[in-house]
Design a protein around this ligand. Sequence first.
Ligand code: SAH
Ligand code: SF4
Ligand code: F3S
Length: 462
Amino acid sequence: MILPKRLYVKTYGCQMNVYDSARMAEVLAPLGFAPTSEPETADMVVLNTCHIREKAAEKVYSELGRLARLKRARAEEGRRLTIAVAGCVAQAEGEEVLRRAPAVDIVLGPQTYHRLPELVARIVRSTGGSIDTDFPAESKFDHLPEETLTNVDGRGVSSFLTVQEGCDRFCTFCVVPYTRGAESSRPVASIEAEARRLVALGAREITLLGQNVNAYHGLEESGEVCSLAGLLRRLAPIAGLWRLRYTTSHPLDLADDLIEAHRALPALMPFLHLPVQSGSDRVLAAMNRRHGADDYRSLIERLRAARPDIALSSDFIVGYPGESEKDFEATLGLVQAVGFAQAYSFKFSSRPGTPAAALPGQVPDAVKAERLARLQAVLNAQMLAFNSALQGRRMAVLFERAGRRPGQLVGRTPYGQWAHVAAPNDLIGTLAEVEIVDAALNSLRGRLVVPKTVARFAEVGA
Ligand code: SAH
Ligand code: SF4
Ligand code: F3S
């Protein structure tokens, strides 16, 4: 008999980890594990980790300290707590995880989570730690149950779907090519089948995920190679799938047919996260980004020509080794020239094993902090200006879930911001026409235009 057990999954890092966490919960469900949001009550904890910056990795070790204490307290009660470390820290420093945190039972890399049930079974049989950070020949996508849960992050009205993994770009600062391995794309048919399954379970928006998603080049049934634009065209006609997004893209892989897809596909939302990292050609070259600031600017022009209302988002790194004040000012200049609706910015973090870690000219932390503050002031002003400009406008909001306040739902606008709206619960999973009445840096407030009638997608468009 399978006894009910509780599983707590904590996710760090990018959306691909959110997707992976949902899939890990799914592969453990047949073993009797049901998700819980409280680690204190869990029989098994999975930390799905991120190695992108030092802070992200260190957070995991402090969480493991807390879990080790919980595990000891449990043992005194004669109960077991199984601790698994998954994701990119596991991949990058698996042995060190077991050395620094002996309470850990399982270490598994991002490509092996389909083997989790087997690893858990092994733990139950023995007491030793288990490690699996292979890049196996069989794909994890081929070993997952068909049933999906809709009550975990990344699975619901708005769902994630990983279509591409790994990265061959080797930006000098980045661990992803080492933690996620070489770039690989899932076949079109398996993605389409998963998209249809998600829609049948209630998804109305799907975000296609990949570390470098626009490098997607999966095989069609005919054996032909399909681009990301081709994949979007395949998915767009699925009945009940109203919205498509994709993330994250590299500017060099933004092909003409993808720009064209932004013009041609109404389901493709007018928002694009296209990280540029820096506005200095010298720094971009040192980062091995293989394009200049002007190339980025002209891409943006072409995107705006195809879809005039497209909202843009980017990632930035300040204080890359050798970055001068003049280089940094070039970044500020690029930001001013483009105008971003959303942005994430970070101090350069030296990652062991990456080429940038060993470079001379490391920038002192105080300088990084000062540049980050200046950059964020400009970006925040742009984000607020973008949101404020939407006040008084009507747009389609896809309601995802109940808000914190009673009687309130939260949903996303076409441009990706959260909108908080007084609306009845039965509007969850529907698109409604909303007038934006108030704007803050990270969210909007709106009111239903037609409170009783659900506006259909075709009527309100995006
Ligand atoms: N695949 C995506 C993003 C990968 S990581 C891309 O190519 O853009 C997400 C962001 O983290 C990056 O865009 C970058 O801005 C930041 N990042 C990655 N490595 C970093 C490092 N060593 N220090 C600081 N920020 C980093
Ligand atoms: Fe990392 Fe993105 Fe560069 Fe790939 S393209 S190495 S994931 S920053
Ligand atoms: Fe972090 Fe790995 Fe994603 S390093 S950003 S979790 S690919």
